[in-house]
Design a protein around this ligand. Structure first.
Ligand code: GH3
Ligand code: MG
Ligand code: MG
Ligand code: MG
Length: 323
């Protein structure tokens, strides 16, 4: 049998998203009329996993915790406005993307219009037809899975675009696009900003003596140690082959000097494992350190000053911090 180009061209996830039946979803049904929810739950249980919650406040909590593919909300709750629940679900980060299928009595139909405005995805009027309920539920679940899949893809491409693949640190492009913003924030808030360039000493000879893979191991382990010695708000990036930049908001020269010195010692003090842990080699780094000097200073000038300091650290014998 000939394989069609369509089959070859499509990636597995795309194919499954398109052929997804919309069955096997997790549904939360919010309805407080027993005769109603018992019937709806029985119908839906043929194709999905279904939880019923009569209390709308509890429902919101479950919806945020439960990882549902679909919320079905009755707008005819006894003591609560179902629309309010819908708008709350739309405003919560955890439930924002979960589709909502509203159910209403025909005399409440006008309120459905408001529901659609606040983000209800579809609705059904009572009395509810079994086939139609199943079809609408499947459509929403299929859509939910597909947009989740797209969102994951977008998220992945963004992450790949700003991350260095070898070390998992930010890449140079990201740092450069972010540094100007950080410098601006520092200037307007009257806070200091420190920046250091780190360069592994005689890295070429690590490659030459132990192989390129050993060099890669050192770079990866180096990134791990960098991450351990900085704060969440600091920005660490791989600037070039064996050169790294760390930007430290709200940090003056004195404190940044201590961080740099601690980092230098954490590298020099603990040999790096290479060749799958069978060998350990000593590694040192040189660091050029500086701070943003005046409001509106070009970030290129800050980088240049750090680079000059790095050059002096190399020239003065390596394995040291110069500011
Ligand atoms: P110095 O102390 O003056 O910094 O000497 P150095 O040998 O570290 O500096 P040099 O700039 O001469 O060499 C850097 C080397 O880093 C050259 C390049 O082949 C190597 N390199 C760049 N990127 C990678 C990488 O991703 N993996 C490995 N294994 N090596 C890399
Ligand atoms: Mg060099
Ligand atoms: Mg080097
Ligand atoms: Mg270098």
């Amino acid at each position: 049998r000939a394989i069609t180009s369509l089959e070859i061209g499509m990636q597995a996830p795309e194919r499954s998203a398109i052929s997804d039946t919309g069955k096997g979803g997790r549904i939360l049904l919010v309805d407080d009329r027993q005769s109603s929810y018992e019937r709806l739950a029985t119908i839906l249980a043929a194709e999905h996993t279904i939880d019923v919650e009569p209390n709308p406040t509890e429902a919101l909590f479950h919806a945020a915790e439960g990882n549902y593919d679909l919320l079905i909300v009755s707008l005819d709750l006894n003591n609560f406005d179902g629309l309010r629940l819908c708008s709350q679900a739309r405003s919560l980060e955890r439930t924002r993307h979960v589709p909502i299928l509203a159910i209403a009595d025909p005399e409440n139909a006008t309120r459905l219009l408001r529901g659609l405005e606040i983000g209800v995805n579809d609705y059904l009027l009572r009395p509810i037809d079994k086939i139609e309920l199943l079809a609408r539920a499947r459509t929403q679940i299929r859509r939910r899975r597909y947009t989740d899949h797209l969102r994951d893809n977008v998220q992945n491409s963004i992450e790949m675009a700003i991350t260095d693949a070898l070390t998992g640190l930010h890449n140079r492009r990201y740092m450069e696009s972010h540094l100007a913003t950080l410098a601006e924030q520092a200037a307007t808030r009257g806070k200091p900003l420190a920046l250091m360039i780190l360069d592994i000493d005689y890295f070429k000879s690590i490659n030459d003596n132990y192989g390129h893979d050993a060099g890669d191991d050192v770079l990866r382990e180096f990134a791990v140690r960098v991450r351990k010695s900085i704060r969440g708000i600091d920005l660490a990036c791989r600037y070039g082959g064996e050169e790294f930049v760390i930007v430290m908001p709200e940090t003056d020269l004195h404190v940044a000097g201590m961080v740099a010195e601690r980092l230098r010692r954490s590298i020099a003090g603990e040999p790096f494992a290479i060749h799958k842990g069978t060998k350990r080699i000593e590694v040192t780094i040189s660091i050029g350190l500086t701070t943003l000097e005046q409001k509106g200073e070009a970030v290129g000038d800050v980088l240049k000053r750090a680079d000059t300091a790095l050059y002096r650290a190399k020239h003065d014998g390596r394995n040291r911090v110069v500011s």
